[in-house]
Design a protein. Structure first.
Ligand SMILES: *Cc1c(COP(=O)(O)O)cnc(C)c1O
Length: 361
């Protein structure tokens, strides 16, 4: 048996006719930049998420930048976030010459631990930036309460969590600005790079629309320093098709996760934990194991691919040496980084594959 980790090819074959037609419609019109497919997608994203404004952009990374620039993040400002995430979460903070301030994670959800946030707030703190890791929103009520108490803004890095919910609201519809990514391997992926920002604030929405096109107010008149951050029309065309089936994809991902959990229940591995009143989009099904290298190697021999999200927390990355963190600063992030391992996860993992993976684990 050979098992595909994200099974992108299978999904393309499933929707091939419709997707090919949608792509060719763009080619026939040659409306490559900001074609009507973009407007269509933004409306559908608003409907899907409940957020008042959905603004597409070139990637999840650009979405993070747009959000921070819209909130006027300046050099020296501090943004509180998690060290247990993909580099983009903090790279974008540093790119704007602001300072990422790390807070350790909760041992069960692997998301930022709200009880450790307040001690890190200073006069320079502007934003709290939780990540909805593996698809699960962080403890948003607690985080929002801290932000409100200290007059801070909240940006949610929902790159992995499109369609997840917290107390009945999608995580695109929480915080001041929420972002997502449509990178192919994310739960809702396009055929290249893509992303979006979400907000209920009309002023922020207008500013992000402008920032996305070089800060222009009207053609060749520039109100802000912005960026070239638009999504390609072709990517929007792909997403317009895939979004129609996304509710079903989410359901299937949830089923796959539930089946993994049943199959692995009686082992000594630490299985994913989803908090009360929260749903995950199951970007990853990640377990914690001892002897990870050996296990990965043995599974690989059986045709079972695994991945590590993420092997090194951000405070220990070479690019962040200048921040002055050291080993043992965030013990939970470090422990989880050394044990975490993701199993094949996509809507189409079969019962047979789950049984096979579980038996070898
Ligand atoms: C993927 C990812 C990003 C970046 O998204 P891109 O679309 O690849 O730029 C940011 N944050 C997290 C948590 C991610 O997983």
């Amino acid at each position: 048996m050979t098992i595909d980790f994200a099974n992108l090819q299978y999904q393309y074959q499933l929707y091939k006719t419709e997707i090919d037609q949608a792509i060719h419609a763009v080619l026939d019109k040659s409306n490559y930049i900001m074609g009507e497919e973009i407007t269509q997608l933004e409306e559908s994203l608003q409907n899907f998420t409940g957020a008042k404004h959905a603004i597409t952009c070139a990637s999840g990374t650009d979405a993070l930048l747009l959000a921070m620039m819209a909130l006027d993040i300046q050099p020296g400002d501090e943004i509180i976030t998690t060290p247990f995430t993909f580099i983009a979460t903090s790279e974008t903070i540093a790119f704007l010459k602001a300072t990422p301030v790390f807070v350790d994670i909760d041992e069960k959800t692997y998301n930022i631990d709200p009880s450790k946030i307040e001690e890190k707030i200073t006069a320079k703190t502007k934003v709290i930036l939780p990540v909805s890791l593996y698809g699960q929103p962080a403890d948003m009520d607690a985080i929002q309460a801290i932000a409100d108490r200290h007059g801070l803004k909240v940006i949610i890095d929902g790159a992995q969590s499109f369609g997840s919910t917290y107390k009945g609201k999608t995580d695109s519809n929480l915080g001041d600005i929420s972002i997502t990514s449509f990178f192919p391997a994310k739960p809702l992926g396009c055929f290249g790079d893509g992303g979006a920002v979400f907000t209920n604030d009309t002023v922020l929405a207008e500013k992000m629309k402008s920032l996305r096109v070089h800060g222009q107010s009207k053609r060749y008149h520039h109100q802000y320093i912005g960026m070239g951050g638009r999504m390609d029309t072709i990517q929007a065309a792909v997403l317009n098709v895939k979004l129609k089936y996304y509710e079903q994809d989410l359901k299937l991902r949830q089923e796959v996760a539930a089946k993994y959990t049943i199959a692995l229940e009686d082992t000594d591995m630490v299985l994913p934990f989803v908090a009360n009143e929260v749903t995950s989009s199951w970007a990853q099904y990640s377990i914690r194991v001892k002897n990870r290298d050996t296990i990965q190697e043995k599974l690989k021999e059986q045709g079972i691919p695994t991945a590590v999200h993420y092997p090194m927390p951000l405070h220990l990355q070479e690019c962040f040496v200048y921040l002055g963190y050291k080993k043992d600063d965030f013990p939970i992030s470090e422990m989880v980084s050394s044990e975490i391992m993701s199993l094949p996860m996509n809507p189409y993992v079969t019962d047979e594959e789950i049984a096979f993976i579980a038996s070898h684990l």
